[in-house]
Design a protein around this ligand. Structure first.
Ligand code: HEM
Length: 325
């Protein structure tokens, strides 16, 4: 059966060869599959690639680069702190460095790295050829990339945010932080978290709808369970910080008063919305790690996992309880 790249994904999934075809695949089959699921040639092919392994790898490599950048900032901070009264960084620069470091590590490294592994591994582990919405997947990566590049462009243009990664009003309000630094923060947070939401939607739909025949939920590898919980947590947590950022942007640019006490607003609202995201964030980062450990131990011990149900329940419970923090 001819399968072409031009067909929409839903059609391609329908026309893909049966996964349990008793015939071993020939070289021709491999070529056909490569043509169907691989990326096109040249620069255009590079930019239009949607395969989950390509996108997953890009997330992993890009977030690793951000880890190195965040590490470089940390190094400069430690140099400044190495001796009393050091003058490597001015107080204003130090504020920018720890804010950039925190934003980089939390938004541009830890979560996207987990998403990258999830996007790469999940279809392989549940026996499907790609994510449910491959183009949306690629869109999520580019939104993340644009967010991260914008942050570092702002840094090199002298517009780095400087109110901490938690960015509390009233410090981050117009009165105490005039200029564009905080506007950069609100913009990139919205971009990067939109990308996380996209990845989460993809992962939830793929895991719930595209498992190989016979792979009931209670037979999924624990890694996939960890990713499902992570993705569900992202769906509930990230809108909090997106909404908080948009409201702050409106306060700063459209004269709204959400966080302005003199106008009847409440700065504590930011803290509620931000930590609605911020506490689960820690467990969002932890989940892929738990999944890795479960899978690696099982593989090397060559034993079926002990306490599968208890582990699954505890992953789900951790996800839910983390919101109560
Ligand atoms: C060897 C690696 C690291 C070093 C040396 C380092 C160093 C630092 C330093 C010096 C600060 C500023 C403390 C201050 O003066 O307020 C800081 C803050 C912070 N770091 Fe790291 N860090 C490292 C890795 C990480 C990683 C891996 C993450 C997260 C994944 C992370 C997340 C944060 C956050 C969220 C803050 C708070 C930023 C803020 O106050 O806005 N760091 N780090």
């Amino acid at each position: 059966m001819a399968i072409t790249r031009d067909l929409p994904t839903s059609e391609r999934l329908r026309t893909a060869p049966e996964p349990h075809d008793p015939k071993p695949p020939s070289y021709d089959d491999h070529d056909e599959l490569d043509r169907t699921w691989g990326s096109g040639p040249g620069v255009r092919g590079w930019f239009s690639a949607v395969n989950h392994r390509v996108i997953g790898l890009r997330f992993i490599v890009t977030s690793f680069v951000f880890l190195l950048l965040g590490g470089a900032l940390a190094l400069v901070m430690r140099l400044q702190l190495m001796s009393p009264d050091a003058t490597l960084l001015s107080p204003e620069q130090y504020n920018q460095f720890f804010t950039m470091h925190g934003v980089t590590m939390m938004f541009l490294f830890a979560v996207p790295m987990g998403e990258g592994f999830a996007i790469y591994m999940t279809p392989l582990l549940i026996g499907t050829r790609d994510m449910s919405f491959p183009r949306l997947n690629a869109f999520g990566y580019y939104v993340f990339l644009i967010g991260g590049l914008s942050l570092y462009t702002a840094f090199f243009l002298g517009l780095a945010p400087d109110a901490g990664w938690f960015n509390y009003p009233t410090l981050s309000g117009r009165e105490y932080s005039p200029g564009a630094r905080i506007d950069m923060y609100t913009t990139i947070i919205t971009f990067v978290e939109l990308s996380a939401l996209v990845a989460a939607v993809e992962l939830v739909v793929t895991i719930l709808k595209q498992r190989a025949p016979g792979m009931a939920l209670h037979r999924m590898p624990l890694f996939v369970w960890a990713i499902l919980v992570m993705a569900m947590m992202i769906l509930f947590a990230m809108p909090g910080v997106i909404v908080a950022s948009i409201m702050l942007a409106l306060d700063r640019m459209a004269d709204t008063l959400f966080y302005v006490p003199s106008g009847g607003g409440d700065p504590l609202l930011w803290q509620h919305l931000f930590w609605w995201f911020g506490h689960p964030e820690v467990y969002i980062i932890l989940m892929p790690g738990l999944g890795f450990i479960s899978s690696i131990v099982v593989a090397f011990a060559r034993r079926p996992i002990f306490g599968y149900t208890a582990l699954t329940v505890s992953l789900v419970a951790t996800g839910i309880i983390s919101f109560g923090l």
